[in-house]
Design a protein around this ligand. Sequence first.
Ligand code: NAX
Ligand code: ADP
Ligand code: K
Length: 506
Amino acid sequence: MKIFNKENIYKADKITIKNQNIESEVLMERAAIQIFGWLKTQLQENFPTIHLFCGIGNNGGDGLALARLLLNDGYEVEVYVVNFSDKRSDDFLLNLARLKENKLWPEFIGENSDLPQLPEGDIVIDAIFGIGLNRSAAGWIKELIQHINTSKTYVIAVDVPSGLYLDKAPDDKEAIVKANTTITFQFPKLVFFLPETAEFAGNVEIVDLGLDREFINTTTSEAFLISRNDAQRLYKPRAKFAHKGDFGHCLIVGGSYGKIGSVVLATKAALRAGAGKVTSLVPECGYDILQSTVPEAMVITAFNDNFLIPTEINFKPQSSVFGIGAGKGKKTAKFLEQLLTDAHSPLLIDADGINILAEHTDLLELLPEKSILTPHPGELKRLLGDWKDDFEKLNKAKDFSKKYKVVLVIKGAFSITIADDNLYINTTGNPGMATAGSGDVLSGIISSLVAQGYDATIAAVFGVYLHGKAGDYAAQENGFEFVIAEDIVNNLGNAYKSLFQQHPEN
Ligand SMILES: NC(=O)C1=CN([C@@H]2O[C@H](COP(=O)(O)OP(=O)(O)OC[C@H]3O[C@@H](n4cnc5c(N)ncnc54)[C@H](O)[C@@H]3O)[C@@H](O)[C@H]2O)[C@@H](O)CC1
Ligand SMILES: Nc1ncnc2c1ncn2[C@@H]1O[C@H](COP(=O)(O)OP(=O)(O)O)[C@@H](O)[C@H]1O
Ligand SMILES: [K+]
């Protein structure tokens, strides 16, 4: 699903109004109807008091239209106009008049007003600012936002939590509504998925306003949210007469004394994700372990007991992983240099492989095009240096990916894959996956997809999706704490199957 920037969201509005030959207030009504429908479904037979805080732009207009729909359906509503300027939008004024026709006169609050009581258990609708925010909320508006945030109400943000910018980092985090749920219109917004700002949006619901399809389809965007529909399109079905040679040979290079388990996990993951053949290359101390825990894999060893040293590889894999559990000793770094120099296919570099690159930056120039790096934020920092906020981090990561022609996967909740100036944000996964070895599983999956012929960017995007989905299945039965990395491997089958189930279980 495309994530549009602010400019294109406004354009989509304009073009829809023109092509559907409607007034702008029709879109506002659609927006309000969608939120009303969502709220009604959630509340079922409950009728808590609903406090609606409406600004004076179109976000406020949405709030006023919603207040009318709720009122006419028998809900108890308290409507406040957050009266920060006299530049009211036309559709705000229209909906204010409609509300008054329905005999509801909102309370206007300003600099010297008392802040309304917000009893525990009530609902707050935040329609103060939407995408039109152009500076931080300050003064009494900030106080009002803090009043909402400290109340024990359930807060639903209309389109965007008020105070959050769409295209830059917040300059005052105290001046942003912390929503429990954000109901956003037509397009997901990037800031809802970035580590520093996701907490303000809470659960994100995307509702359809029927905006112009052709404009949406033909307008390019830099960022995409990857959900099931998107992942489904990436899947390559298997031919009836396929044989193992069709699904590539994946080489997993890693491990050191005490860290052979990482290679076991990645090897199993590569096999379960569908690679035709997998060979693992480990120091000699790993030989017996791998042969007994993963009999399906072939094993070769470096001529050293406890860590990897330069070793000749006498076959040409379709993909390779380097770095998991490898340590970053001098000889191991030399081996990475050898692999990079001799590479015939893209490499996936993870963990200590990334740490070696960060310490020997001359090796970066040797990365084969379309190689994949999968850092967690700590490893990314070693590679790129520090950043001041999420936007700077993404820009640095994009520059890096362009400079070295590689795919970067920034791991975490909502992992982000960066390639060719595009960002792909993953939606699967859960905190149960914050457990040792889950990154090793991801490396195995992505590299397996590359071996099977998936393009590197697609392998990364699809692999991250499947990994998260498998983690979701793993957590489903016994909760987050119980998940270990092996459970993610064991649920890969469920993750694949869920792509095509009519009603996936999660
Ligand atoms: N396609 C869509 O996405 C649709 C969007 N609509 C709504 O329209 C909203 C955008 O409306 P607007 O463009 O009117 O913008 P907003 O309603 O977000 O607010 C704009 C007003 O707030 C002022 N303002 C901004 N930051 C301020 C600050 N810190 N302190 C005081 N005043 C500040 C601006 O100068 C302007 O007057 C969307 O977020 C959404 O809620 C819907 O009405 C219909 C369709
Ligand atoms: N809270 C979370 N939500 C979703 N995914 C998560 C979460 N925490 C971790 N993960 C995923 O688990 C994996 C952890 O990888 P990593 O940090 O390299 O762990 P390790 O080095 O122990 O294998 C990543 O793919 C990451 O996206
Ligand atoms: K809002």
